[in-house]
Design a protein around this ligand. Structure first.
Ligand SMILES: [Fe+2]
Ligand SMILES: [Fe+2]
Length: 219
């Protein structure tokens, strides 16, 4: 490793640089697209393992893996909160608890990513923060896949899942740079209250078109 520290406010590479974006998967089912991102996370963390094991790995090489991974972790959480969880709240069997858990987990992931961004790459503190992000994300993905995604598959038609997936892709494509991403924490209970109110407003307005009329954001 070089002994030179990276500046702590270094620009992150774009999320497009995360490996695994060439998937052959052509479905736009949002539950499958979320799984695709989860696989990208697992592979990027495995790449960091390889670099950690290499005596010749440089800080630049670590940044080339971590920076787009960090950006995608934040963007994925934001996209789920904008596109997926509002619809889960409208349809899921146990949606409120699943959403409270998810937003709280997203905050833990965002906190660790933010912490890593404030430390010199390859320092012990940086590895510690990266490790915290990984643990929080691994635990969250397992729970999200087992509960929220399964709940949504049971309770939403395929055409809605595909429509939401197109919105999920557009939401991410519209934010190619880290500065486009909102990585601020959200209060889980306030989030659920706001989305439940939005859902009530949507149904009061008579929009029954698969429930997607109440979605927020540019999709
Ligand atoms: Fe996820
Ligand atoms: Fe999530």
């Amino acid at each position: 490793m070089s002994e030179q520290d990276e500046p702590t406010d270094r620009p992150r590479r774009t999320v497009r640089a995360v490996p695994g974006n060439d998937d052959v998967n052509t479905t736009t089912d949002i539950t499958a697209l979320i799984l695709d991102d989860h696989e990208r996370f697992r592979r990027a963390f495995a790449e960091l393992d390889e670099l950690q094991a290499s005596p010749n790995a440089t800080e630049s090489e670590l940044s080339q893996v971590w920076d787009p991974l960090a950006a995608l972790l934040d963007l994925h959480a934001q996209a789920e909160e904008e596109i997926f969880y509002p619809q889960l709240l409208r349809r899921g069997d146990d949606a409120e608890e699943e959403t409270l858990d998810a937003v709280g987990d997203h905050n833990d992931i965002r906190d660790a990513v933010r912490d890593a961004g404030q430390r010199p790459v390859a320092s012990s503190g940086w590895w510690e923060s990266v490790g915290k992000a990984r643990v929080a994300n691994d635990e969250h993905m397992a729970e999200e896949e087992r509960e929220a995604l399964a709940d949504f598959r049971r309770n939403s038609p395929k055409e809605l899942r595909e429509s939401l997936g197109r919105g999920f892709l557009r939401f991410k494509e519209a934010r190619p740079n880290p500065e486009d991403i909102d990585s601020s924490d959200r209060d889980p209970e306030q989030y659920v209250r706001d989305e439940q109110q939005a859902a009530a407003g949507t149904s009061a307005g008579g929009d029954s078109s698969l429930g997607i009329g109440g979605l927020r954001g540019d999709h």
